[in-house]
Ligand binder design. Structure first.
Ligand code: AKG
Length: 331
């Protein structure tokens, strides 16, 4: 059943029927009036008793719109809690910084030289040939850091890790803390790059020795149809839209469920509308958790342009896991 639904959404020959795809924006037409699929989607209120250290570029948790899927216990979706500037910051980090050596990328050494494989974004933007630019751009599919996911053995290795960026660690801890997972340790990340037309087939994330810690997933750029199924491929998955800025948490039962991305849909346009008001408050905000220069630069049109062009026809997903069991210091 999972594979059949995947195929239906992936189809290139005709436009798939999107009526069953859950769009969380539909649930905001009138306050708390869950119009369709209302037996599956429930608004979730996140109440924080303890003060949390906020990060620039994220709205106050009181303004987050959060949902759970009753048919898939453990799935939580926070509908774009980022400001426009916050989204730009993470997009720029994923493109410019995270795919650099010593982080690992998928680019094959037979097809790409060392400069491209060690600093993809820099080389991409130095490339003046249109076809070569497109080849280099669309070849980037993933980068890993922290513990590197080994796609062949599906095992992590203590010798195979690079440092985990402080800013991404703070981002994950903020969401983990807010949702009650104050012990969560971000230890491995995969950034997935999806040019429109690409897919990710059904799988379960079971490489981590720690299978009970939640998994945090951040979506930017174009919209994904995301399938969440059960623990076997027999169960029919639910299709949801993951839009730019959405944060999804896979916890509890759903942490070990089949999931996939059968389609990327081009729905997002670059938005500058909110940016002007967000720029005023630089002096007020605590920038030490982020790359300060980058957080300022993403508001500059010429700096932002190549990033904007990339996400105009691509999606980026940051997927963060805890690898070790609590109390363990290594594998
Ligand atoms: O792109 C996504 O939303 C899902 C990515 C994913 O499932 C993975 O990296 O294992």
């Amino acid at each position: 059943m999972f594979k059949l639904v995947f195929k239906q959404y992936k189809t290139k020959s005709s436009t798939p029927d999107l009526r069953d795809v859950i769009n969380f924006d539909d649930f905001e037409i009138t306050q708390n009036d869950l119009r369709q699929n209302d037996n599956n989607v429930q608004r979730l209120s996140i109440i924080n008793e303890k003060p949390i250290q906020m990060i620039p570029g994220i709205k106050s948790p009181n303004d987050w719109r959060s949902y759970k899927l009753t048919h898939h216990p453990g799935i939580v979706i926070i509908r774009n809690p980022f400001t426009e500037r916050g989204r730009r910051y993470w997009i720029a980090r994923c493109l410019r910084d995270y795919p650099r050596t010593p982080n690992v990328v998928n680019l094959n050494e037979r097809l790409f030289n060392d400069s491209v494989r060690s600093d993809w974004w820099k080389q991409l933007n130095l490339c003046s040939d249109k076809d070569e630019f497109q080849r280099i751009k669309t070849a980037m599919r993933w980068t890993t850091f922290g513990y590197h996911h080994n796609w062949d053995t599906k095992l992590y290795d203590e010798q195979m890790k690079s440092s985990f960026p402080e800013d991404l660690s703070s981002l994950c801890r903020l969401f983990a803390f807010t949702l009650g997972y104050s012990d969560f340790k971000p230890e491995a990340a995969i950034v997935n790059y999806y040019p429109v037309g690409s897919t990710l087939s059904g799988h379960v994330d079971h490489s981590e020795p720690n299978k009970t810690a939640p998994l945090f997933s951040f979506s930017f750029g174009q919209t994904a149809i995301f399938l969440i199924g059960g623990t076997t491929l027999e169960e029919k998955p639910t299709a949801i839209y993951l839009q730019s800025g959405d944060v999804m948490i896979m916890s509890g039962e759903s942490r070990l469920c089949y999931h996939a991305v059968p389609r990327i849909i081009k729905t997002q346009r670059d938005s500058t509308s909110m940016l002007a008001s967000e720029q005023d408050d630089d002096s007020e905000i605590e920038l030490k958790l982020l790359d300060t220069a980058l957080f300022k630069n993403v508001c500059e049109p010429t700096f932002w342009e190549p990033f904007s062009n990339y996400v105009d026809d691509s999606r980026i997903n940051i997927n963060v896991r805890q690898v070790l069991n609590l109390g363990d210091f290594k594998l």
